[in-house]
Structure formats: C-alpha cells, structure tokens
Design a protein around this ligand. Structure first.
Ligand SMILES: Cc1ncc(C[n+]2csc(CCOP(=O)(O)OP(=O)(O)O)c2C)c(N)n1
Ligand code: SF4
Length: 267
C-alpha cells in the first residue's frame, strides 16, 4: 500500500507550524507501517489533545481522538477488546507525562501491547508555550519568564523503571532511525515506549533562543549519540539514541485471557 493511502487528504493542509518536528515524525511513522506491509485496518491510533495528538486525525487508520492525558486509558480498552489489532498512541510530553503520567506508568507496569510514542518538544505547544515536566531547569516558557525552577526527568529511565519491555529514544533529525525503531516497537509484544525529541520552533525554540527549525535539528544531530558510543564516554552530556530495553515479559492481554480461561474452568 502506498504511503498516501494511509492519510486523510481531506484534513490537509495540517495545522502544524512551518518547521515543526511533528510532521517529520508522522512521515517516518507512516513509512514504518508501510515497511511492515500492514493494511490500514490493522492499526488503531489513539491520541489525546495537543499538536502532537493531531496525528490521529491525519491518518486513515482506525482512530480515536480522545481527551488530554487519557489516550493510554482508551487504548487499553481497545486493546483488551481487540487484541489482534496494533495500537499506536502518539503523545506530547505534556499529554504523556504531566496530566497523563499516571496512565503512562501503569500501562508500562502492566506491559500491555501498545506502542506509546512520546513526541517530546519540552513544551505545551498547542496551548501557547507553557512549561512541561520535560522542559528542564533553567529553560524559559510562557509560564516561566524568569526561567523554570522545576527539575526534569528522563523518559527512558522512567519507562524502564515502570516496567516497559521495549524502550527507545531518537530525534526528529534521525528520520530513518524513527522508522527503524517504530517497526521494532510495533512488532514487539508488550508495552513499547519510543521517545522522539521533536522541535517546536514557535515556542520552545523562540523562547530559548535556539534559532530556526533547521538550527534546532542541528542541535539534535550534535547533542546526541548512539548508545554506548565512545563519544558518550568523552562527553557525558550527550543524549543517547537507540534501543535501551527489549525483553520478553508476560503481556497483559495474554495474561487476561489466561485468567478468564482459569475462571471459566473453575465453574
Ligand atoms: C483536561 C485538559 N486539561 C488541559 C487541556 C489544555 N491542553 C490542551 S493540549 C495541552 C498540552 C499540550 O502539550 P503537549 O501534550 O506536550 O503536546 P504539544 O502540543 O506540545 O505537541 C493542554 C494543557 C485540555 N485540553 N484538557
Ligand atoms: S506550536 Fe510548536 S508543537 Fe505546535 S505546531 Fe507549532 S511548532 Fe509544532
């Protein structure tokens, strides 16, 4: 199936600002699904609210555009009722880890077979540039004009500690790596977290003087390195890219099935 068949052309042009990283992620995501040879009926895309979450409107899969922070709760319901479908949940850093943080850690703990894509632009883009839990200490946001005093956290470490059985990170600069990782994440049986650093030139970039979208992409190129590289040993500040966790653990829907069979047998 051609990539263009996966999109709803009637909803274009999209609402993203020129240079927003979210468009690159949509493109790489569609390429991953095309490379997997999946039909659009095999994918369910569920999202909450945010610039990132608008992805579910642009794709011609089964889609649910739900409420802010609750996409994983809706996706859990869909997956439990139709476990044969592939659930993909694109989320902003605010959607996934501020209002949706509780759902995130518990979906990871259950190891339900959903692919959670955290499109991390370190800001609330849709609502005008408020700081998010991923903004980081010392950054500037609409709601932190004198710099943000909140500390951030590491999405990869959080997902790993919460029990996700597939955890990876890449950036909007590394478009091919996004597709490579997403293919593996979608095929992985269990909760997969893929963090993708995505530039928001309109709010994060402008407030933090990071320049144009191209300048921001260059920062991703220069400030990241493959996991375990020599460069990381020499410069611990570099952010690692790649697959951090990929292991087999009991998957929630299978466990649920098993318990139903046990209950039926005991009647
Ligand atoms: C319950 C609820 N609270 C707050 C909002 C307002 N709101 C909409 S999107 C959003 C944050 C968007 O930021 P993020 O999830 O990081 O995505 P981005 O827009 O940056 O891609 C907020 C606070 C809402 N829609 N619903
Ligand atoms: S506000 Fe930021 S995240 Fe939203 S579309 Fe514009 S650049 Fe992208």
């Amino acid at each position: 199936m051609a990539i263009k068949d996966y999109i709803r052309e009637r909803f274009f042009p999209h609402l993203w600002c020129p240079g927003c990283g979210h468009g690159i992620i949509l493109n790489s995501m569609l390429r991953a699904i095309e490379q997997l040879g999946m039909s659009k009926n095999e994918i369910v895309m569920v999202s909450g609210i945010g610039c990132s979450s608008r992805i579910s409107g642009y794709v011609d899969f089964h889609t649910l555009h739900t409420i802010h922070g609750r996409a994983l709760a809706f996706a859990t319901g869909v997956k439990l009722s139709r476990p044969e479908l592939n659930l993909v949940v694109p989320m902003g850093d605010g959607d996934a880890l501020a209002i949706g943080g509780n759902h995130f850690i518990h979906a990871a703990r259950r190891n339900i077979d959903i692919t959670a894509v955290v499109m991390n632009n370190r800001i609330y883009g849709m609502t005008g540039g408020q700081y998010s839990p991923l903004s980081g200490h010392g950054t500037v946001a609409t709601t932190a004009p004198f710099t943000n005093i909140d500390q951030t956290f590491d999405v990869v470490k959080l997902a790993t500690a919460a029990g996700a059985s597939f955890v990876a990170r890449t950036t909007a600069y590394h478009a091919r790596q996004i597709s490579d990782i997403l293919r593996k994440a979608i095929l992985h049986e269990g909760f997969s977290v893929v963090e993708i650093l995505s530039q928001c030139p309109t709010y994060f970039g402008r407030k933090n003087r990071q320049g144009s979208a191209v300048d921001m992409l260059k920062l991703y190129k220069d400030n990241t390195t493959p996991i375990g590289s020599k460069a990381k040993e020499e410069n611990p500040e570099l952010i690692e890219r790649g697959i951090f966790v990929q292991n087999e653990q009991p998957e929630y829907c299978r466990e649920y099935d098993r318990i139903i069979k046990r209950a039926m047998g005991s009647r």
